[in-house]
Ligand binder design. Structure first.
Ligand SMILES: [Zn+2]
Length: 489
């Protein structure tokens, strides 16, 4: 017995007593010994003291031995050289381990063995020593224990990447990888995938590995394709930008775009889910696909000239029609990213039909005198310039319906017809300068007519956007509407 043990204290009462134990079992034993000591003291006064002392000593030894033998041993549970708990019953630990083995076997789908070095060591029954709580011990063992099992490891360029429980699962992972890759890059109906290859050297090796390497088929595929089966995503909030999200997650915008190949440009929408794990694939899938699509062939415009028509007159003698061609291309991609595109063939399905136009080429005489006359009797009701938030490109001359409108200068009528807000509109080209007369109730000329200064060209009305009868009058110089009043000075 060692001096710090409970029993040496009991049989050697002169030694300093250590502080009392809280444990119920120990307190009880101290009392037994106390009783024996008092018996011993009383017997000192008996006649045949030597015999009595011998008997008592023998009794004490016997009781002590009995007590020591009756107390169960305490064992330290040692995992990889470290005591993780104390038990009296090693069966408890065996049960915990059995349960964990069963659990892990079920999880990985293979028979597993404990790879952690586990043993029991008899521990000193120190008063500091406390037996482990079975639940806590179970958790501690679960956290520390490691298993290994026979597996089928997918090796990429000789490096063990992921383990599967069967060869079938391992081969399945590789075929899933190819299939899903094709599904993601091929536009159905437009392309056929001719070949998918994995650039790296892939082996399936049967070996015993830590069950931490075991993955399901789906997880294994993720790891090969992205470098991890970790998923971390972010839902775009109102006002977010790629830059702000990247910054908040210690990524660059390029990283974020690599993690989210479907994001085009910098465009993200509230509610979009962004992947925050930047892919770092173990494998490079190379695909060759044949892409077939049709493209329209634009038609050409053929213009012929007719000197009997004014330049603003044109006739379409044949409508144009686009043609169609079928294009076949071979596209090579690496992990989805296009690396080359070769045109295999181009077949014309239908030829385009040229649009044919006859345009007038009759010479327009330079007619304008350069001085304008007032086009209509009446007073100005609205001036050129900004008016109610819009730019008024001319002046309004208020006059009653039917008042005659005169050509402000000699020229050629280049337009006489209805034109949106202008209503019935006449344009007279004076050679560089063009005057416009809008909202007419009736025309007195037609396109192509030659007019002299002061000739009646139409009548005041309120066609188009007009709230009352008036002439809206514009003066254009080189295509720009100028203030008409500038020409009456
Ligand atoms: Zn106006």
């Amino acid at each position: 017995m060692e001096e710090n043990s409970l029993y040496s204290e009991g049989v050697s009462p002169d030694r300093p007593r250590r502080k009392r134990h809280k444990k119920v079992a120990r307190t009880r034993k101290t009392d037994i010994l106390g009783d024996l000591t008092s018996k011993f003291k009383n017997l000192k006064y008996a006649k045949s003291s030597y015999i009595t002392i011998s008997v008592v000593v023998a009794l004490i030894v016997a009781v002590t031995v009995a007590v020591v033998v009756s107390r169960p041993k305490v064992y330290a549970v040692v995992m990889d050289g470290e005591a993780v708990g104390y038990v009296e019953d090693v069966d408890l630990v065996d049960q915990i381990v059995d349960r964990l083995v069963e659990e892990e076997s079920f999880r990985v789908g293979a028979e597993v063995q404990v790879s952690t070095d586990m043993s029991f060591e008899v521990a000193k029954r120190d008063k500091e020593l406390e037996l482990s709580d079975p639940d806590e011990l179970g958790q501690t063992i679960k956290d520390k224990i490691a298993f290994q099992a026979m597996s089928y490891v997918i090796c990429v360029d000789g490096k063990d990447v992921v383990a599967l429980s069967s060869e079938e699962e391992a081969r399945g992972t590789l075929s899933d990888l190819r299939e899903n890759y094709v599904k993601n890059i091929i536009e159905p109906g437009h392309a056929t995938c001719d070949e998918v290859l994995i650039k790296e050297k892939i082996d399936i090796v049967q070996k015993e590995v830590s069950t931490a390497m075991f993955r399901t088929r789906v997880e294994a595929e993720q790891i090969l394709m992205r470098g991890t089966d970790k998923i971390l995503s972010y839902t775009v909030q109102r006002g977010d930008s790629l830059w702000a999200i990247a910054n908040a997650n210690n990524l660059t915008v390029d990283d974020l775009k690599r993690a989210n190949p479907t994001v085009s440009g910098d465009l993200i929408h509230e509610g979009d889910s962004l992947n925050l794990v930047v892919p770092d694939p173990y494998v490079t899938l190379t695909s060759r696909e044949t892409l077939t699509y049709t493209q329209s062939i634009p038609f050409s415009v053929e213009v012929t000239y007719d000197s009997s028509m004014w330049p603003w007159q044109e006739t379409v003698t044949q409508e144009g029609k686009s043609g169609q061609k079928e294009i076949v291309e071979q596209v090579v991609r690496e992990n989805g990213k296009e690396v080359s595109r070769t045109r295999v063939s181009e077949t014309i399905l239908s030829y385009p039909v040229a649009k044919k136009i006859v345009r007038g080429s009759k010479e327009v005489p330079g007619l304008g005198s350069g001085t304008l006359i007032w086009p209509c009797q009446g007073s100005i009701t609205s001036y050129y310039g900004w008016r109610w938030g819009a730019f008024h490109r001319g002046i309004d001359i208020g006059a009653s319906s039917g008042t005659t409108i005169k050509a402000a200068d000699a020229g050629v009528v280049t337009f006489a017809g209805y034109s949106g807000g202008y209503g019935n509109l006449v344009k007279v080209d004076h050679g560089g300068m063009v005057t416009w007369y809008a909202h007419m109730s009736k025309f007195a000329v037609k396109t192509g007519d030659k007019v002299a200064q002061g000739d009646v060209i139409g009548y005041v009305g309120m066609t188009g956007s007009a709230t009352g009868p008036h002439l809206h009058f514009e003066v254009h110089v080189d295509g720009v509407a100028k203030n008409p009043l500038d020409f009456y000075k």
